[in-house]
Design a protein around this ligand. Structure first.
Ligand code: 7PJ
Length: 274
């Protein structure tokens, strides 16, 4: 398959039944294991919501939410990434078996680059304008593609300068993070400009508000919209897709690649097919 899949596993209190801490850990591990069976290459475990308007979670609580889940999934042989902005959570998550740090703040928190450099973990550097509490108030760019491309290059260079292996760096435009729907669509149309940076490009658009705006669907009814957006991203150069609906995305990519051998390569048809 031409794309890798990251399955989203939110370990926030609203994500699972509130039958207590143990029940929610068990449910989260079960959900993560199922995504791995369905074809997710990584399970992205997060304990702090970064949805627009979300409040911050303290370190102790975030650790309680994610560490037991990471330990259990890693013990089952899954590749785990940790979705966090906090260096201490990154460090503990790596000790618990996580092999990728997914930071919506692109390792800009003091100490974060050092934690990553001291480990063998891969890093996903995501662009965000502002911070989750206020980022959707008035997102503004002179040229959204150029600015985000420059930001991702700057952050990747800072990581390489700090000793992080460039082969372990993934970049992400951060769909919905301080961006209007028009900004998101402009970025998706010009993913080629971001892929040209030379790092694997991750795109997360699964179930996001822009898809709700286009389709008029509530968040739980956006699987088809998410799959369509994921395919469009893959064709334009995304190499990693962060999704909630793993099975549907894997099926769609399998069919797509059977017809179009190399999505994003620019080679859509071979001589023998003509
Ligand atoms: C993303 C993320 C994304 C990366 C979230 C949601 C919001 N990490 N974490 N990229 N989105 N790397 O899933 O709706 O787009 S949380």
């Amino acid at each position: 398959m031409a794309c890798l899949i990251v399955g989203v596993l939110n370990c926030t209190p609203d994500s699972f039944s509130d039958g207590g801490r143990f029940a929610s850990v068990t449910e989260a591990v079960f959900a993560g294991a199922r995504m791995a069976e369905e074809g997710a290459n990584w399970i992205d475990v997060g304990g702090e919501s970064t949805r627009p308007g979300a409040a911050r979670v303290d370190e102790a609580e975030e650790l309680r939410r994610v560490i037991p889940v990471i330990e259990a999934l890693a013990a089952e042989g899954a590749c785990v990434s940790v979705d966090t902005m906090k260096p201490s959570v990154m460090r503990e998550a790596i000790a618990a078996g996580a092999s990728m740090i997914n930071d919506v703040n692109a390792l800009q928190t003091p100490g974060a680059v050092g934690v990553a450099a001291a480990s063998n973990a891969a890093v996903c550097l995501m662009h965000m304008q502002g911070e989750p509490a206020t980022m959707q108030t008035a997102p503004a760019y002179a040229d959204v593609v150029t600015e985000i491309r420059a930001f991702l290059q700057r952050r990747a260079s800072a990581c390489i300068d700090a000793g992080i292996d460039r082969r372990g760096i993934v970049v992400d435009p951060g769909i919905g993070f301080g961006k209007t729907p028009a900004h998101n669509l402009a970025l998706l149309r010009r993913l080629d400009a971001l892929a040209a940076l030379g790092f694997p490009l991750l795109v997360g658009i699964s179930r996001k508000a822009t898809l709700g705006l286009i389709t008029g669907r509530e968040v739980g009814e956006r699987a088809a919209a998410s799959v369509a957006a994921a395919l469009a991203a893959a064709v334009r150069g995304a190499r990693i897709l962060r999704v909630h609906d793993v099975r549907e995305t894997v099926d769609a990519l399998a069919v797509w690649t059977a017809i179009e051998p190399w999505p994003g390569s620019g080679i859509s048809r071979q001589k023998s097919d003509q």
